[in-house]
Design a protein around this ligand. Sequence first.
Ligand SMILES: *[C@@H]1O[C@H](CO)[C@@H](O)[C@H](O)[C@H]1NC(C)=O
Ligand SMILES: *[C@@H]1O[C@H](CO)[C@@H](O)[C@H](O)[C@H]1NC(C)=O
Length: 399
Amino acid sequence: MANRTENPLRCSTSKKSNDRLMLIIGTCAGIVIGFLLGTSFPASSLTKMNISSTIVPPVNTVHGEDEKPEKSATRSPPSKGINSSDAAFHKIWVPSNPRGAEMLPPSIVEAESDFYLRRLWGLPKDDLPEVKPKYLVAFTVAYQQRNNIDACIKKFSDNFTIVLFHYDGRASEYDEFEWSKRAIHVSVPKQTKWWYAKRFLHPDIIAPYEYIFIWDEDLGVENFDAEEYIKLVKKHGLEISQPAVESRKTITWKITKRIPGIEVHREVEEKLGRCNDPHLPPCAGFIEIMAPVFSRDAWRCVWHMIQNDLVHGWGLDFALRKCVEPAHEKIGVVDAQWIIHQKIPSLTSQGTAQEGKSAFQGVRERCKREWTMFQKRMSRSEQKYLKDIASASSKSTLT
Ligand SMILES: *[C@@H]1O[C@H](CO)[C@@H](O)[C@H](O)[C@H]1NC(C)=O
Ligand SMILES: *[C@@H]1O[C@H](CO)[C@@H](O)[C@H](O)[C@H]1NC(C)=O
């Protein structure tokens, strides 16, 4: 992961030989002092020494090691309030902490992060602008499409953190664009949008962002404005959405097609036989994965549903409805802010031709295979869950 702000103070890579010399001198001095300390205080006296904060930062484990932990049992009970020095003798176990962090005092736990860029100097509290970006947009891009990406990003205000996933490895070439400096660039060759999303858009990492756009690179945005889009999504309570599509080619799913003159729609009539239930995909509770927009909560669920090994995300769109309730109300298409799908084959040409199949064919086949695999996994998981529930309840009635 390469964060592309300038980083002039990388401590370990200072270019000037002067700096290097200082570093060496500093290191040597440290070793000598350490050695003197070690020899002048034998191990027994070291444990008795109350190491003050001038030498070592005051960490609980260093404090008062001369006292036996058993004593803590006879001390004043915790209800009276525990001194910080007492904390060392109380084993911490907080089950409500995030998994793996139970041994930490809860108020030090920072379970969430963000993509805000910080300075290397000054006070941390002054690092960020007063209005912090509260939305996030991530594009999966090749350099070839840079002009379209530039046009897209101009439709997203400063309220957006920009993330670019470069599947062709050409991240630094985006420097020509002014916005590139404040973007987060992740460059890993030949991976898909969902591969990146699973690895770099963990819900805890992007927790401050109210809405998350995870978009393809070949979208025309002449009739789209992100701030206006979010207003509509909020107004209509859409947790998972996409802008309506005008396409130069045929549209696979009718629900994505723009209906002029209205703000949003949530359902359509499909070809005969496609929908057994008008409230289910592809007639409702459905959007495509080309330009999805998730609310923070919806993304927290969807992220967990993305399979590690299934990289194309096919089938995911049919399952999104499992993350919101009721899906036919909270999943919808925004008509008033719409996009044009240019359908430029991009990642599909990044495969490898083999066994007499073209690169495109190979990728296509994997997409379809993944769709089947995902469907099977989902139905197996649901069946297993129902079975487990049934057996658990039958056990509880037996006892
Ligand atoms: C902290 O320790 C000091 C000295 O042992 C004691 O006087 C004080 O009451 C303690 N404070 C609390 C909150 O227990
Ligand atoms: C960014 O968000 C703030 C607060 O919601 C809003 O007032 C402002 O208009 C937004 N910026 C743009 C460019 O829309």
